[in-house]
Ligand binder design. Structure first.
Ligand code: SF4
Length: 251
C-alpha cells in the first residue's frame, strides 16, 4: 500500500488539484475583462458553451451595453435580441435586468458595496434573484466579487462520482451541489486563507479543463492526469450491500 492509499477523499481532491495544475498549468480564469463582463458571462454561459456566451458579450459591447446602468435601461426586447446567440434569451434577459436593478436600487450601482456584504448573506441575496442558481451565484461570488467560495459544476460532480469520493454519489440537485462545495472546502481547508480564492479559482478552471479533455459524458481515462488516482482507489468504496459501484461510464 503506498502513501496515496491513505488519503481521505478530501485529500485526494486536493491532490487532484496539484495533478491537474501540473498537467495543464495556470488557467487564467474567469474569461472576461471586467467584473461586469464576468457577471454577464456567468448568466450567459448557463446551459450553453462559453463560445456562444462570447458572441452575446460581443453584441452587448458593440451596442454600448457596457455597465450596469446601461443594462438596467436597455429594453428587454433589445437585450433579448443582443443575447440571442447564447440561447434561453427570454429567461436570461429579465434575469440580467433584475441583477442590474438590484445593484442600482440597493447598492447605488456599486459592485464594491455589494461585495462588502458577508459571504453568506451575499450568497442568499444572489440566490433570491431570478435566474440565479447555485453555480451562477458561486461563480459571481468567486470570480467577480472575490469571495472565498468554491464553484461546483457537472464536471466536478462526474469526477467525484467516478472516483467515488462521496457516498452516496452527489446528485444533480441542491444537496448534491452543496456536498461538492463542502468536499472542496474540506480539500483546501489546510491551505492559507489568503490563497483560498486563487486556489478555488484555479481548481474550478482545472476541473473544467479535464472534463472537456477527458471526463465528459463518456470518460476517456487513458492519458487523463487523474487516471492514477482512479486505478489506485478503483472500487475501494463499496455500497452498503457490498457491491462495488460500476458507475463510471454511465453518463
Ligand atoms: S476521465 Fe477517467 S481518470 Fe479522468 S477524471 Fe474522468 S473518470 Fe477520472
Amino acid at each position: 500500500m503506498n502513501a496515496q492509499q491513505h488519503m481521505s477523499p478530501a485529500e485526494r481532491l486536493r491532490h487532484m488539484h496539484d495533478l491537474l495544475a501540473k498537467a495543464y498549468g495556470p488557467q487564467h480564469w474567469w474569461p472576461g475583462d471586467t467584473p461586469f463582463e464576468v457577471i454577464l458571462g456567468a448568466f450567459l454561459t448557463q446551459n450553453t458553451s462559453w463560445k456562444a456566451a462570447e458572441k452575446s458579450l460581443a453584441n452587448l459591447k458593440a451596442a454600448g451595453v457596457v455597465n450596469f446602468e446601461r443594462l438596467r435601461t436597455v429594453s428587454v426586447a433589445d437585450l433579448q435580441s443582443l443575447i440571442r446567440p447564447s440561447g434561453f434569451f427570454t429567461r436570461k434577459a429579465p434575469a440580467l435586468k433584475a441583477f442590474a436593478h438590484m445593484l442600482v436600487a440597493e447598492f447605488c450601482g456599486s459592485l464594491d458595496t455589494l461585495a462588502s456584504m458577508g459571504t453568506r448573506a451575499l450568497r442568499q441575496k444572489l440566490l433570491s434573484l431570478p435566474g440565479v442558481g447555485l453555480e451562477t451565484a458561486d461563480a459571481i461570488l468567486l470570480y467577480a466579487l472575490q469571495h472565498s467560495v468554491p464553484v461546483a459544476d457537472e464536471y466536478l460532480r462526474r469526477i467525484v462520482e467516478r472516483h467515488e469520493l462521496l457516498f452516496p454519489a452527489p446528485r444533480r440537485n441542491r444537496s448534491g451541489y452543496e456536498s461538492l462545495v463542502q468536499l472542496t472546502q474540506k480539500a483546501f481547508a489546510a491551505d492559507p486563507e489568503c490563497r483560498r480564492i486563487e486556489l478555488y479559482n484555479e481548481f474550478h478552471a482545472l476541473t473544467v479543463a479535464v472534463g472537456k479533455a477527458h471526463c465528459g459524458r463518456m470518460p476517456d481515462c487513458s492519458g487523463c492526469p487523474l487516471a492514477h488516482d482512479l486505478s489506485e482507489y478503483s472500487g475501494e468504496n463499496s455500497t452498503p450491500t457490498g457491491h462495488r459501484r460500476q458507475s463510471r461510464s454511465v453518463r
